[in-house]
Design a protein around this ligand. Sequence first.
Ligand code: NAD
Length: 351
Amino acid sequence: MQAFTYSANPAHIVFGAGSSKSVADEVRRLGGNRALVLCTPSQEENARLINAQLGELAGGVFSGAVMHTPLEITRQAIDVYERTGADCLVAFGGGSTIGLGKAVAHRTNAVQIAVATTYAGSEVTPILGETENGVKTTVRDASILPDAVIYDPELTVDLPVSTSVTSGLNAMAHAIGGLYARDRNPITTLMALEGVQSLKEALPVIADRPNNVDARSNALYGAWLCGNVLGSVGMALHHKLCHTLGGSFGLPHAETHAILLPHTTAYNARLAADVLAPAAKLFGDDLAGGLYDFAESIGAPLALKELGLAEANLDRAADLAMKNAYWNPRTLERGAIRGLLQCAWSGDRPG
Ligand code: NAD
């Protein structure tokens, strides 16, 4: 075995159907006296139920969370947090809401509880991405990690199938990227493989029966493991490309990850064949093709053109992906990356 270093992210996890009923216990356990619940506009109704469950600890609901954590929204939330005299945040939602919770806590030292309702995994990473005037910056610091995470699969049954499928593939992308990360270690590899396997079993069931709580549990369990991988190791070509497409062309987060995963896997397949071999056992010897077929079978979007990206932007996207050199199992080759983007734009099966 090769030498390695591993730092676990110290998260407290409460997992299980109905576990969101323990939200007040978690606030008390962490020493909070008043909790402000954060959510997106579309999740306000359920966020109000969480607020009601907080009883005497309830500090109200701020429902302004949006994608990419813009600083102006964070400022509004901090204003409400201070006016209500809260000392604790309950971020109820997916990566957008959890990002807002991290951004507010980073500036106020609030205690943070995340009630995760998608498979994006942000709740277990010490990473905060935020935008100001359209420019995205990323901060990584141990203090950004939420203090506790509640995973209640019953809160995910209303996540639309289309979002469930892309969010689940987004989680798988953390794991596949983690398998070939330069700073991977045996623990992150265990989590990555278990996470991918769990999502591979759960997503087809969810696509068919979205209310199946067992499948929702398996998907959330897989998402937790994959999020742990994202929070523990450095990411390479896949995440950088998604970052470029999201940041420079406004493409949606989970969908972009879902579409690119087979293509970035194909790019790295030969040079990372040994570390990807256990994942290939799950999807077939041609891992990239197997991931594409799996995405197609669960109804995921397959082509970047479906997301509204103009073909004329592919050259610029390839140029941007070459900037700020970063480590990747295979050297970054401009022509091959341009080819990868063309294939992903058209929605062709890689290989
Ligand atoms: P999201 O949080 O934007 O959620 C997508 C939509 O689904 C929203 O409209 C939301 O209200 C709705 N939704 C969420 N849960 C629901 C549920 N259970 N039922 C019904 N509707 C529900 O999307 P996301 O993919 O979870 O997060 C994307 C954002 O998170 C991006 O900004 C991304 O950069 C960030 N992110 C950050 C990290 C990190 O480690 N910092 C990791 C992953 C994602």
